[in-house]
Design a protein around this ligand. Structure first.
Ligand code: ADP
Ligand code: NI
Length: 215
């Protein structure tokens, strides 16, 4: 197992060279560590958790012309090359396919605990100080406005609307980031989300005050 994980780390690092700073190796490394922290509090298959955390953003559709199958193809090929069993490959691919915020609600019934864990870890890295930094980095990467007083957030967007939305970076907090705390699956995830959520609220209040020059 040690060896497979070492191989996976090198594979992911090499694949993500030059990636946008919010979706680069360091995002993966944080999600991997957070996943292990949460996994320690749940009854789960740790290999599935770790492989999924490491591979979950190997080919994010938003950086690959919307292709939602590429990550699955790349991951399957890699896992097969490592002699991983078909059963584990199936579990890992299911997590990669269903982890995303915009795909929530596409599966009904109980989520596998390993998906709950890695999804919580990915969501924790989307909130708090790191979440704020990643979001402004992504907004800058897309050349979006930070804020516009006449562009309101769009709540309850469909998946198609969410993907083509060209709102402001501040709106992204209302459209996604502030919703994540209540979507956490695990009790450890919920606990860790509280502080990060409060920090974002504080940031948004301060941003508004400074924007309006309420000195
Ligand atoms: P997921 O990775 O769950 O599919 P997203 O693709 O929506 O979720 O976003 C991952 C991260 O990328 C967000 O947490 C945020 O930091 C950044 N991001 C995505 N969309 C936007 C946006 N419209 N404006 C600013 N940041 C964004
Ligand atoms: Ni991610």
């Amino acid at each position: 197992m040690e060896n497979v994980l070492t191989q996976t780390v090198s594979f992911v690092k090499q694949k993500l060279e030059g990636a946008e700073a919010g979706h680069d190796w360091f995002h993966i490394e944080r999600v991997w560590k957070l996943s292990k922290n949460i996994a320690a509090t749940e009854d789960c298959d740790l290999l599935v958790v770790e492989l999924s955390a490491l591979l979950h953003d190997i080919a994010d559709p938003k950086f690959h012309g919307g292709d939602e199958t590429l990550a699955l193809k790349i991951s399957r090929k890699f896992l097969e090359s490592q002699g991983i069993s078909e059963e584990i490959i199936g579990q890992v691919l299911f997590i990669i396919q269903n982890i995303s915020f915009k795909n929530r609600g596409e599966i009904t019934g109980n989520l596998p605990v390993e998906l709950k864990i890695v999804q919580d870890a990915d969501r924790l890295d989307a909130i708090g100080a790191i979440g704020i930094a990643r979001t402004f980095n992504f907004g800058g990467f897309k050349n979006n406005l930070m804020f516009h007083p006449d562009i309101p957030p769009k709540l309850n967007m469909t998946k198609a609307e969410y993907k083509k939305n060209e709102g402001t970076t501040i709106n992204h907090f209302y459209e996604k980031l502030l919703l994540l705390k209540d979507l956490m699956n695990t009790s450890k995830g919920k606990e860790l989300a509280e502080k990060r959520h409060r920090f974002m609220l504080e940031f948004l209040a301060e941003f508004q005050a400074e924007w309006n020059v309420e000195v």
